[in-house]
Design a protein around this ligand. Structure first.
Ligand code: ADP
Ligand code: MG
Length: 387
């Protein structure tokens, strides 16, 4: 009886998430485990978190009315992308709603130029960079002539999966690059001679509690992350440096929830900050099977101010391969039963309409070594891709 009465009074915490893509979908799965209610602010009925059964409000992520409606339903508001304008996030905070991560933190993930400037001001290592101002193409040429070609021109905001990033080989190509990306809101930076790209995913609470997942090494093709292994196969000293740097980044940003820090390790052994995300991240998908507590659980725990879970690996190694829409426009779901014949791989499909190059799912495998895990995950992902 007493039990029933207590249960009757229990109010499940409600987390509002702006965005309803695959990150919200997998956060919803974690919310189900924890008995937390997730309400997503979605654009469409076929958004991945909506089709997974999350409670849904429909609206645009920059609409103040929709954001306020989400906040009213929620104990805390969080995000599955960085597309909510800074002023809108700040307005929610000013209205007294709890928002994690906060607006100032989000600026680091929204604006690559602001992030570069602020990290550099803290003495944290970033590639050499400069804003592209009114000079447009001339600013790129000036930078390239000073720092050497090629250079990388980037949109300050709104880019993802390599959209918004152009490598410019020389002055002759820079006009076209600036034109493709638009003449406002760009930065230019040195083209780093990358030995390996790594990412550190961590969770941080408002009270400063911090747990870091093992460093992963990622493989990018045309700016999009295609594969990763965990732990990164780099020497322990470099791995420690990357871990220390990521922690300094999380503190500088005052991150809450999951933070993913993308890092370049260059051929001379320097570790440089590329960019950060303040939400569950593709680099952390393997944590679902590979770690005691997944990044999605820890995101919820962090934004709710609950104790964080153990990020340790439960196997010697893990690998993840993204399932991208095949070039022939076929749908990987057609081949699911073949892929499931790879029994030790774990398949995740996001219920998204297939189109070439689009992220439609991922496959994770555990193993004794990263190479072994990767070969299993690749085999399964290749069956899905019809390769
Ligand atoms: N300065 C750079 N030098 C060399 N490669 C870069 C540089 N900046 C970006 N890249 C490459 O482009 C990819 C995407 O760039 P990034 O800034 O992370 O954009 P996105 O927001 O699309 O992930 C990186 O993962 C890296 O492979
Ligand atoms: Mg990136």
């Amino acid at each position: 009886m007493a039990q029933a009465k207590l249960e009757g009074r229990f109010q499940a915490p409600v987390v509002g998430m702006v965005g309803a893509g695959q990150l919200a979908r997998m956060t919803h799965q974690a919310a189900v485990d924890l008995g937390v209610e997730l309400v997503v602010l979605a654009r469409r009925k076929d958004d991945p978190a909506v089709s997974a059964g999350a409670q849904t409000l429909y609206g645009e992520p920059d609409d103040p009315g929709a954001l306020a409606a989400l906040a009213r339903r929620s104990n805390v508001v969080t995000f599955d992308h960085e597309g909510v304008p800074y002023e809108r996030v700040a307005a929610l905070e000013a209205a007294g709603w709890r928002v994690e991560p906060g607006s100032d933190a989000q600026l680091f993930a929204q604006d690559k130029l602001v992030a570069r400037e602020r990290f550099a001001a803290q003495g944290l290592p970033v590639p050499s960079f400069a804003p592209v101002g009114a000079g447009g193409h001339d600013d790129v040429v000036t930078f390239g002539d000073r720092h050497g070609w090629p250079v990388v021109v980037k949109a300050r905001s709104g880019g993802y999966d390599g959209r918004g990033v152009v490598v410019v080989d020389g002055p002759a190509q820079s006009k076209a690059a600036v034109a493709t990306l638009g003449t406002t809101g760009l930065l230019v930076e040195e083209h780093v001679d990358i030995a390996v790209e790594v990412a550190l995913v961590a969770a941080r609470s408002r009270n400063g509690e911090y747990v870091a997942y093992p460093l992963v090494s990622t493989l990018q093709a045309e700016g999009i992350c295609t594969e990763l292994v965990m732990p990164a196969q780099i020497n322990p000293e470099l791995s420690d440096r990357a871990g220390d740097l990521a922690r300094a980044v999380a503190e500088t940003v005052d991150a809450t929830g999951i933070i993913a820090v993308e890092l370049f390790i260059d051929t001379s052994g320097d570790v440089l900050i590329n960019e950060i995300a303040l939400r569950p991240h593709n680099s952390g998908h393997a944590t679902i099977e590979a770690c005691v507590t997944s990044q999605f659980h820890n995101h919820l725990r962090a934004v709710l101010g609950w104790p964080l879970g153990d990020p340790s690996l439960i196997a010697p190694a893990a690998a993840m391969v993204n399932v991208l829409g095949p070039q022939d426009a076929s749908d990987p779901r057609w081949r699911l039963t073949e892929a499931l014949s790879v029994r030790s791989a774990s398949v995740h499909l996001y219920s998204k309409a297939a189109s070439p190059g689009r992220k439609l799912g991922h496959v994770t495998a555990l193993g004794e070594t990263p190479a072994q895990a990767l070969s299993v995950a690749r085999r399964c992902a290749a069956l899905l891709a019809g390769a």
